[in-house]
Write a protein that binds this ligand. Sequence first.
Ligand code: ADP
Length: 141
Amino acid sequence: MTEERTLILVKPDGVATGHIGDVISRLERRRFTIEALKVVHATPEQLRKHYPQLVGRPFYPEVETYMLSGPIVAIIAAGTGIVEDFHKMAGVTKPQDAACGTIRGDYGRAWPDGSIRNVVHSSDSPETAENEIKIWFPEMQ
Ligand code: ADP
């Protein structure tokens, strides 16, 4: 395993319900390094770059509305195997299916409108992470 970086977003629901500190604590508890951290308001253009595989899907407008609904905290974190590790710490996409003890399993749940509000995003591969870091931290290039 090599040293790698991942891009984490505390999504608008995670910020609004007060889970920024917990996400940071979970990173620190596992001794991962926080390389950068900021509060951002996403733009539709940024989101289209971030979710290229979702843009054509019928639910994309809902994802866009959700991600524009409030501030986001963007984090670059680093450490050996962090992409896979943090993905496990986040849990699966639907909070109602996410294991207890994961971020999504602890702080998310199903809602009657069917929308998915799942607290955090994390990169799914080291290559994706580097692309996503460029989208959210353009000033660091
Ligand atoms: P993940 O965030 O677990 O990596 P995806 O990359 O598949 O999942 O999807 C990105 C985000 O788009 C999800 O976290 C969720 O916010 C939203 N999303 C995915 N699928 C759906 C869906 N069927 N309905 C509504 N929102 C969705």
